[in-house]
Design a protein around this ligand. Structure first.
Ligand code: MN
Length: 327
């Protein structure tokens, strides 16, 4: 069986500030290239790592074009939700989002509570998934990255979280591969969320794969140099995994505006100052509002139902705010 895995497409109708080209058009071309790769290379199943959309309510006129191409992929596309696909970093809001509609139409399949078993008469492959939740990398058990093989020959797990090769910036919640590699039974763990990606890492016959985002949204030097890629997985008697570069992706130099970098650097300094200020008020190691609620609740022994109410209200506020924001 042959799989194609891609991640973080961030479909949107507007241009990210640093982009000089027509982002929507370029992205559409990438989807068409992926589709023709699927057809020419006899890919059986398509897997997706989350952040299909840049926001949960991306406009219908934009979606109309992309639904047309998504509908031509082998159905369904097995996927997990990214933080941009949902409201309030809460996967339970999916029914109010565009992805909820795509799932109803049978175009996508959200894996979390519906793992899939594929059997071609030769091998039995199970696919499990963990959508983004605000605690995916905060939870010390790292349970969203751990999955069980059961009766199948091979197990593929997809997660949208900050799974990193090495320890990362302290302020950003993340998980390192060595925290999970011994405990997960997945032969292949496919990851989205960290846009830079790291390709294929193989440890003791287990693969960890993040080919990086299909899109380049910021204009860091690393992003300018990076060529958007996807992964191909071929499972017969053995597993083979390889990375393919998108040919339709323009050169970073041609589409990312570097004059913008200076302003962005100043912003980063400002942002770091804010983080430091917040840290002096409490020992918050992260800045996500949900995580701060979690920390405060723990410190002050606030009952679970009150914490839940606060998180629910934050989700509702996010829904209201996102309707008011004009991109
Ligand atoms: Mn993303």
């Amino acid at each position: 069986m042959k799989f194609l895995f891609f991640t973080d497409t961030h479909i949107r109708g507007t241009n990210p500030r640093a982009r000089l080209d027509d982002f929507e058009k370029t992205l559409y071309n990438k989807f068409e290239e992926l589709l023709s790769y699927v057809r020419l290379n006899n890919i059986d199943y398509v897997l997706f790592g989350g952040d299909l959309l840049d926001r949960p309510d991306v406009s219908l006129s934009v979606m109309q074009k992309f639904i047309d191409v998504l509908n031509k992929f082998p159905k369904p596309i097995y996927m997990v939700l990214g933080n941009h696909d949902i409201y309030g970093q809460n996967p339970n809001t999916v029914n109010r989002t565009i992805i909820g509609i795509l799932e109803t139409l049978g175009i996508v399949w959200i894996l979390d509570d519906k793992p899939v078993e594929l059997n071609d008469g030769k091998v039995k492959i199970k696919i499990t998934g963990s959508s983004f939740t605000y605690d995916i990398d905060v939870d010390s058990s790292k349970s969203k990255y751990i999955t069980n093989k059961g009766e199948c020959d091979y197990l593929i797990h997809i997660a949208h979280g900050m799974l990193m090769e090495k320890p990362f910036i302290k302020e950003v919640p993340h998980t390192t591969i060595d925290e999970i590699i011994q405990r997960t039974e997945a032969d292949i763990t496919l990851c989205g969320h960290y846009h830079t990606g790291y390709g294929i890492i193989k440890i003791e016959n287990k693969y960890i794969v993040n080919p990086g985002a299909i899109v380049r949204i910021n204009n860091s030097i690393a992003e300018i140099k990076r060529q958007p890629s996807f992964a191909v997985i071929d499972i017969n008697e053995n597993i083979s995994v390889y990375i393919e570069k998108l040919k339709s992706a323009p050169r970073g130099e041609d589409i990312l505006d570097r004059s913008f970098i200076k302003i962005q650097e100043q912003r980063e300094i400002l942002f770091n100052n804010i983080i430091q200020t917040v840290n002096t008020y409490g020992e918050f190691e992260m800045l996500s509002i949900n995580q701060i609620v979690e920390e405060v609740a723990k410190k002050e022994s606030i009952p679970d139902e009150i914490k839940k109410e606060v998180l629910d209200r934050l989700t509702r506020a996010h829904i209201i705010l996102s309707k008011e924001v004009v991109d």
